[in-house]
Ligand binder design. Structure first.
Ligand code: AMP
Length: 299
């Protein structure tokens, strides 16, 4: 089933307590699409600058990602730099250079306008909304966001939340968006803004799915060698929506399974810098981790 992601492609500079990497491939749409394309054909809508390396375009194509909606604009690719505290859960943004993102107006190719499953990966809510405007009648739209947009574009973000079926947030973002310090009140307040389904990510503590009448939780996969958590949220969303789109529905049982697949995909992502541990993966490897997770939570 068709899945389209609208989001960023980036060159990231990452510092952890143990290591540092400069100008490595990242971006919300990149992590998402590398994970989702393991499950289902994925089309990416985004922008890069003239400096985006052909080897990176080739890597995305090699994963089977459709790049018809990838614009190459005059200027430099988006840059983001972040530093993680030794606990991995606390991340500081050190630098954001929008570059070609500053004037980005997403253009969804004709062939993708009928997409049934859509993910609005982290980008400004204005960009996310302009992308969504071009999809004719999506069946299931999920969005992501971050503290920056809650800070500087709250009104646009709240308006967009009224147009989507699901949102994926981390605990800090949910509290920041709603002003509620209790996480469950925060989730309810997010739901009241529009999305029927809220997925709360709690880093190494796993993820919760909250619907009106039911809830589901999955622990994080116990990764022994965390190298770089960047992209964990996006690859979680990629596994989640990639699985959903491959099944072709949003029934509760599909959503529960999607939580396991998202968790398995994210666990791969954090084992390397950049996309190294997502590229060249097989669905079987993800399946193996999903089974381990299932065994962990089945009495
Ligand atoms: P995650 O760790 O899942 O939150 O995703 C990290 C990715 O988001 C990095 O590869 C960054 O390039 C990208 N990113 C960071 N800041 C922004 C932003 N303001 N808008 C869109 N993408 C961003």
């Amino acid at each position: 089933m068709s899945l389209t992601v609208i989001g960023t492609l980036a060159y990231d500079t990452i510092e952890t307590a143990h290591d540092k990497r400069e100008e490595i491939l990242g971006g919300s749409a990149v992590y998402f699409a590398l994970a989702s394309s393991l499950f289902t054909p994925t089309s990416l809508v985004g922008v890069v600058g003239q400096d985006f390396l052909p080897k990176h375009t080739e890597a995305l194509k090699a994963a089977g990602i459709d790049l018809e909606g990838l614009e190459v604009a005059d200027g430099r690719t988006f840059r983001w730099s972040g530093r993680y505290e030794p606990d991995w859960n606390t991340r500081h943004t050190l630098d954001t250079q929008l570059n070609v993102l500053e004037h980005f107006d997403p253009k969804v190719p004709e062939a993708q306008r009928g997409a049934r499953f859509v993910f609005l990966a982290n980008a400004s809510p204005q960009v996310q909304a302009r992308g969504l405007d071009q999809i004719e009648s999506p069946e299931f739209v999920m969005m992501d966001t971050m503290n920056l947009w809650i800070d500087i574009a709250r009104d646009e973000l709240v308006e967009l939340l009224g147009r989507v079926d699901a949102v994926v947030l981390n605990d800090e973002e949910a509290r920041m968006l709603t002003g509620e310090d209790n996480l469950w009140r925060a989730a309810a307040a997010v739901r009241a803004l529009g999305p029927g389904l809220v997925v709360l990510k709690k880093g190494e503590h796993g993820a919760f799915l909250l619907e009106e009448s039911w809830r589901f939780t999955v622990p994080a996969y116990p990764v022994v060698n965390v190298v770089d958590p960047t992209g964990a949220g996006d690859s979680f969303a990629g596994g989640f929506m990639g699985f959903m789109a491959s099944v072709g529905d949003s029934n509760p049982s599909t959503l529960r399974q999607a939580m396991l697949y998202g968790t398995a995909a994210a666990s791969r992502c954090v084992e390397s810098f950049s996309t190294d541990q997502l590229e060249g993966r097989s669905l079987q490897e993800i399946e193996g981790r999903r089974e381990e997770l299932l065994a962990m939570i089945t009495p």
